[in-house]
Design a protein around this ligand. Structure first.
Ligand SMILES: [Zn+2]
Length: 418
């Protein structure tokens, strides 16, 4: 990781603004807004493998009394002052569930509804950007009403969606079913990834809502609630930065291919090539540089600071020269001609695979070796600080008594973690 840390790397890449900051409130800039949009689009298209999601955004204010009727109070929320003349009793939107369930029911629909926007929660502790914010953005919350007998299967489908999405982000993941949030979830899945120090962190929550909550919402159907936030981008930046900055997965890289041009670069040929790439769904961007090695290195470093997975240099020492540079690690190869869409896609896929492999190594060394995941049978599990069970469940040999009736358990000495 670079000396500037993950938030410095995100600033350098044009994702977020630097100081001065309002506590707990990240101000996003253009590349970050674009990456967030790409992330949400990918989530929606993964959901669309099985369902037909509607992506919506709600207003900034939420109905206070309706929220209180379901959640029982106003802990951690911002309320419009009761004495104010306008919008009294409203909340600065802390959640979407109440609004979504009532809208779906009014429309006689079951969803899934995917709400994308900002949520506001009071929080006075430390607020590292995108890890613990007061204004949580982007907050993505999917709600789906389903019949009793479809609930677990549907929840499992969304688990695979989240695991696939995180894999595309270069983030390894395991899902843990835990009884720790029983007041919210009748069944709770936490999708857990890893920080560079090997500690676990929660990147998505999936619930079949607790019966009491469902009854407060006045719903007869089971309600699936799936949520993740911009923390996914922060975790990606933490795990995948080097001295040059972010190493973005191609999924969310606003610039997938940084193209450095020479003074001699033939404009029409360049235009045709960029046209073909763009048509093929690749995101290239160009920048001119002098032919000297120093200028070329500087150009490459600027692309890397933006997080570009692939850099292609044209006409450096001679007309028609094409040099393709990878990231993580940086390697350079001379190509006989301009690479086509298929070749670029293959390079991007390799890049993504390297990120995920690196992430998986961090997880194996941290969560694997530090005893977070253990194989134990029901009896031996009593001796461990079990936080939950790894899903999908499978029978394994108990590492303590060798019984064949063990499960993979997630053990957490510190209890709940974030
Ligand atoms: Zn045992």
């Amino acid at each position: 990781m670079s000396g500037v840390g993950y938030s410095g790397a995100l600033q350098q890449a044009g994702f977020i603004m630097g100081p001065p900051r309002i506590k707990g409130t990240v101000v996003w800039s253009s590349a970050g807004l674009r990456a967030a949009r790409l992330l949400v689009e990918s989530f929606a298209s993964l959901v669309a493998q099985r369902h037909d999601p509607e992506v919506v955004e709600y207003g900034f204010l939420a109905d206070g009394p309706a929220y209180r009727a379901v959640f029982g109070g106003y802990e951690n929320v911002y309320e419009v002052a009761p004495e104010s003349a306008l919008r009294r009793g409203s909340l600065l939107r802390p959640d979407n569930l109440v609004t979504t369930v009532s809208r779906l029911r009014e429309a006689g629909a079951s969803g899934p509804h995917v709400v994308v926007g900002g949520l506001l929660r009071r929080f006075d502790g430390r607020t590292p950007p995108l890890f613990r914010d007061r204004h949580i953005w982007p907050a993505v919350q999917l709600t789906h009403r389903v019949a009793d007998n479809a609930a677990v299967d549907t929840l499992d489908f969304y688990r695979t969606v989240m695991e696939q999405l995180l894999a595309q982000m270069g983030l390894p993941a395991i899902t843990v079913r835990t009884p720790a949030l029983a007041e919210y979830g009748r069944v709770t899945y936490l999708v857990v990834s890893v920080l560079p120090n090997g500690r676990p962190t929660v990147l998505a929550t999936l619930y079949i809502l607790a019966d009491q909550l469902r009854q407060s919402l006045g719903d007869d159907l089971q309600i699936i609630d799936v949520g993740f936030t911009g923390k996914v981008l922060a975790a990606c930046a933490m795990l995948h930065s080097d001295g040059r900055g972010l190493m973005l997965p191609s999924l969310v890289a606003p610039v997938q291919v940084g193209v450095t041009l020479g003074p001699e670069t033939e404009q029409q040929r360049l235009k045709n090539w960029l046209g073909v790439l763009t048509e093929g769904g690749v995101r290239p961007q160009t920048r001119a540089a002098r032919g000297s090695p120093g200028a070329r290195n500087q150009a490459e470093q600027r692309w890397h600071a933006l997080g570009a997975p692939l850099v292609i240099g044209l006409d450096r020492t001679r007309h028609g020269e094409v040099i393709s540079a990878t990231r993580a690690p940086v390697t350079r190869a001379s190509l006989p001609e301009l690479p086509g869409t298929a070749a670029i896609r293959a390079d991007l896929a390799d890049h993504d695979a390297r990120l995920l492999y690196a992430g998986q190594s961090v997880m194996d060394q941290g969560i694997g070796k530090d005893g977070y995941v253990r194989a134990a049978c029901g009896t031996c599990a009593d001796k461990l600080s079990v936080f939950g069970t790894v899903v999908p469940e499978r029978l394994v040999t108990c590492e303590i008594c060798q019984a064949r009736t063990g499960s993979l358990l997630f053990v957490s000495e510190e209890g709940r973690f974030y």
